[in-house]
Design a protein around this ligand. Structure first.
Ligand code: AMP
Ligand code: TRP
Length: 333
C-alpha cells in the first residue's frame, strides 16, 4: 500500500545520534520503499517558539538540511523544504487552533517540560506548538508520520484535531487521520552520561550525545567516557531496568548493526564493558563519519542547500495551499 509520509525536524543545532536512529534513518528507509510519497520538513517556525539568534538559526536550517541529504534523503524522491517558506502552514495553524481545545493542550507533557517552573514566561508559540505540528501533517493528507517516542502525544493531538474538524464541519474524512510510525525498538536513545535521560540537543554536556557532525576522535572519546556500571555484560535482558546505561549502549549497537537486542546480548554475554565500547565505537564511526564528512562538505555550498529548499518549497506549497483553499471553503470564507 502506498503511504503519504510527513515528518519534521527542528533546526536547533546539535543533531545527534538519537535524531538519526529515532527519526532520520527511518525517513530514508521509508523514502526507499516503493510507492511512498514523502515530505520532510525543516520546521523552522517551531524553532522560534524559544528564542533564536537569527544568524545561528539560518546556519542551523542549512545544517539540518545537509544532515537530511547526507543521510540519504534524496530531493529527487522526496520533498525537502523549510516550513517558513510555505505560509499555508501558519494559516492552517490558526484555523486548527480554533478547533483544538485548551484542555487538550494543557495535557501536553513537552510543553510542561520545556516551559519549566515559570510557565507564565513561556511564549504563546510554545504552548500552541502542537497545533502548528497538526497543520504540518494535515495539510499534506499524511497517512503516516515517522517520529520518535517523545512525539506520540503530539501526534494523538493531531488525530483529535482532524476528527473534531471533520465532525464540526460535517466533512467526513476530509482531514486524514494520521498514523504514528514509531519504531518498536530503539525509539528512545538515552544520554551517554545518564541512561534515564533522553539524548537531547539541549543537554549542556556535549559528552551526553554523539553529534552527527562529530569527528572520529570525538566519537572515540565520548564512548570512552560514557557511563557504565561495574558488572559484566549479562546473558539475558532480565536486569535491564536496573542497568539503563547498559540497555542504551546495547540498543545503539543493535540499531547500528541492524540486529536484535538479543543478538547483541549473545554477542557480548560475560564480556566487559570495554569490549562493548570498542565494538560500539567502531560501528558508530563506520556509520556516522561518512555522514559527518558529507554534512561538512555540503555546508560549504550554501547556495546548493538553499536551492534544494526553495525547489522543495515550490512543490510543498502547491499541495498545502490547495488544502488550505479547501479548508476555507468548508469553513465558509
Ligand atoms: P527534534 O530534534 O526534537 O526536532 O526531534 C527530531 C526527531 O528526532 C523527532 O522525531 C524525535 O522524536 C526524534 N528524537 C529526538 N531525540 C531522540 C532520542 N533521544 N531518541 C530517539 N529519537 C529522538
Ligand atoms: N515536534 C517535532 C519534534 O520536535 C517536529 C515536528 C514538527 C514534526 N512538525 C512535525 C514531526 C510534523 C512530525 C510531523 O520532533
Amino acid at each position: 500500500m502506498s503511504k503519504k509520509i510527513f515528518s519534521g525536524v527542528q533546526p536547533t543545532g546539535n543533531l545527534h545520534l538519537g535524531n538519526y536512529i529515532g527519526a532520520i534513518k527511518n525517513f530514508v528507509e521509508l523514502q526507499n520503499q516503493k510507492n511512498n510519497e514523502c515530505v520532510f520538513c525543516v520546521v523552522d517556525l517551531h524553532a522560534i517558539t524559544v528564542k533564536q539568534n537569527p544568524k545561528i538559526l539560518k546556519n542551523n536550517i542549512r545544517e539540518t538540511t545537509a544532515a537530511f541529504l547526507a543521510s540519504g534523503i534524496d530531493p529527487k524522491k522526496s520533498i525537502i523544504f523549510n516550513q517558513s517558506l510555505v505560509s499555508a502552514h501558519s494559516e492552517g495553524a490558526w484555523i486548527l487552533g480554533c478547533v483544538a481545545r485548551m484542555g487538550w493542550l494543557n495535557r501536553m507533557t513537552q510543553f510542561k517540560e520545556k516551559a519549566g517552573k515559570d510557565k507564565e514566561k513561556a511564549s504563546v508559540g510554545l504552548y500552541i506548538y502542537p497545533v502548528l505540528m497538526a497543520a504540518d501533517i494535515l495539510l499534506y493528507d499524511a497517512t503516516h508520520v515517522p517520529v520518535g517516542e517523545d512525539q506520540k502525544q503530539h501526534l494523538e493531538l493531531s488525530r483529535d484535531i482532524a476528527q473534531k474538524f471533520n465532525l464540526d464541519y460535517e466533512a467526513p474524512n476530509f482531514l486524514k487521520v494520521p498514523e504514528p510510525l514509531i519504531q518498536k525498538k530503539f525509539s528512545r536513545i538515552m544520554s551517554l552520561k545518564d541512561g534515564t535521560k533522553k539524548m537531547s540537543k539541549s543537554d549542556p554536556s556535549d559528552l551526553s550525545r554523539i553529534n552527527m557532525t562529530d569527528t572520529k576522535d570525538q566519537i572515540v572519546n565520548k564512548i570512552k567516557k560514557a557511563k557504565t556500571d561495574p558488572d559484566l555484560l549479562p546473558t539475558t535482558d532480565k536486569d535491564f531496568q536496573k542497568r539503563p546505561e547498559l540497555e542504551n549502549l546495547l540498543g545503539i549497537y543493535s540499531s547500528m548493526k541492524s540486529q536484535s537486542l538479543l543478538e547483541s546480548i549473545n554477542e557480548f554475554s560475560g564480556k566487559n564493558f570495554s569490549d562493548l565500547k570498542e565494538k560500539l565505537t567502531e560501528i558508530i564511526v563506520e556509520n556516522i563519519t561518512p555522514i559527518s564528512n558529507e554534512i561538512n562538505k555540503l555546508q560549504k555550498d550554501s547556495k546548493f542547500i538553499d536551492d534544494v529548499l526553495y525547489e522543495g518549497a515550490q512543490k510543498a506549497e502547491e499541495i498545502a495551499t490547495k488544502k488550505v483553499k479547501e479548508i476555507k471553503k468548508i469553513i465558509g470564507f
